[in-house]
Design a binder for this molecule. Structure first.
Ligand code: PEP
Ligand code: MN
Length: 338
């Protein structure tokens, strides 16, 4: 349930209500909006004969149940959209983030030249995997710390914020030393210990949907991170597994308006993994923006034919430039800024 404080509630009222929530065996999460403060009381609400105790507290406007199974991610708890700002990347509430770069970091030259090219075309952050979760153990696994160092060089050269994947809890500290955003990949969406661990990190998180996870499962996965204390979470639709074979995955864009109605967290779309085919990527970028996405994450490579991973879905620099032109036209129509 949530305790909605009155606009004129004093700091000591808020402190008092935090203690009250704790005394009922519930965990308080304080969400300070521009208008008013809300205290989410999370836990076993059977203890919630307690509503009366909370309602009569000083500075309390009302106590409301949260019906959704995900509590902190729900618009019922926080109606104000979450905006994530980290370095060059601002995403959410009318600001569209474009995160672009290779699937994997392969060399300093590759990542720095890509960073320069995507920045010149208007990207707002750089992606690149240093720890790669590959389907086969014999595929390229990423350059690991060396790859992270190359990403840091690319950031220094261009000022672009770095988004990179972390695949294991024991790597979080290392990856967070170099990354501006920690990516949790599709394969790890339900790795709950990893979600709890990034929940304890101060670094924003991009959480990708598992290929066979429902949207509610995605929201509950985000809930693990939020409940851990990290409020800076973006959700990413990257396609799901269906019987359809003409694309690598099926990219369900109805997810975007659905999620916009259910959560305050920014929604990112990944048309590269979502389609698995370069020629389909530009149109799906435009469609994602038209559907109301807050951001895109795209694979771009200096020479896709030679890429060590996912070349078949990567854009060349020239294709990215063209894609951005189309994105800007749709963004203008949708009244969002890149
Ligand atoms: C990636 O972004 O390169 C990646 C591995 O994506 P996903 O986790 O969505 O498969
Ligand atoms: Mn990839």
């Amino acid at each position: 349930m949530i305790v909605v404080m009155r606009r004129d509630a004093k700091e000591q009222d808020i402190e008092h209500m935090i203690e009250q929530v704790q005394s009922l065996g519930l965990k308080p999460h304080v969400l300070r909006g521009t208008e008013r403060t809300v205290i989410a009381a999370i836990g076993d609400e059977r203890a919630a004969a307690s509503v009366g105790v909370l309602e009569s507290g000083p500075g309390v406007d009302e106590v409301l149940p949260v019906l959704a199974p995900y509590k902190l991610a729900s618009v019922e708890t926080k109606s104000e959209k979450t905006v994530i700002r980290v370095g060059s990347l601002t995403i959410g509430n009318g600001r569209l983030g474009v995160i672009a770069g290779p699937c994997s970091v392969e060399s300093e030259e590759q990542i720095v030249s890509t960073a320069r090219a995507i920045k010149a075309s208007g990207a707002t952050a750089l992606r690149g995997g240093a720890f790669k979760p590959r389907t086969s153990p014999y595929s390229f696994q990423g350059l690991k710390e060396k790859g992270l160092q190359m990403l840091a060089i690319a950031r220094e050269e261009t000022g672009l914020a770095v988004v990179t994947e972390v695949v294991a809890a024991e790597d979080i500290e290392l990856v967070a030393e170099y990354a501006d955003v920690l990516q949790i990949g599709a394969r790890n969406m339900q790795n709950y210990r990893l979600l709890e661990a990034v929940g304890r990190s101060p670094c924003p998180v991009l959480l990708k949907r598992g290929p066979s996870a429902t949207v509610d499962e995605l929201l509950l996965a985000a809930e693990y991170i939020l409940d851990g204390g990290n409020q800076q979470v973006m959700l990413c639709e990257r396609g799901i597994r269906t019987f359809e074979a003409h694309t690598r995955f099926t990219l369900p864009l109805a997810t975007v308006p659905y999620l916009q109605g259910k959560t305050h967290l920014p929604i990112v779309v990944d048309p590269s993994h979502g389609t698995g085919h370069t020629p389909l990527v530009p149109a799906m970028c435009r469609a994602a923006i038209a559907a109301g996405a807050d951001g895109l994450i795209l694979e771009v490579h200096p020479n896709p034919e030679k890429a060590l991973s996912d070349g078949y879905q990567s854009l060349t620099f020239a294709q990215f430039e063209e894609t951005m032109k189309g994105c800007r036209r749709v963004a203008d129509a949708m009244d969002v800024k890149i």
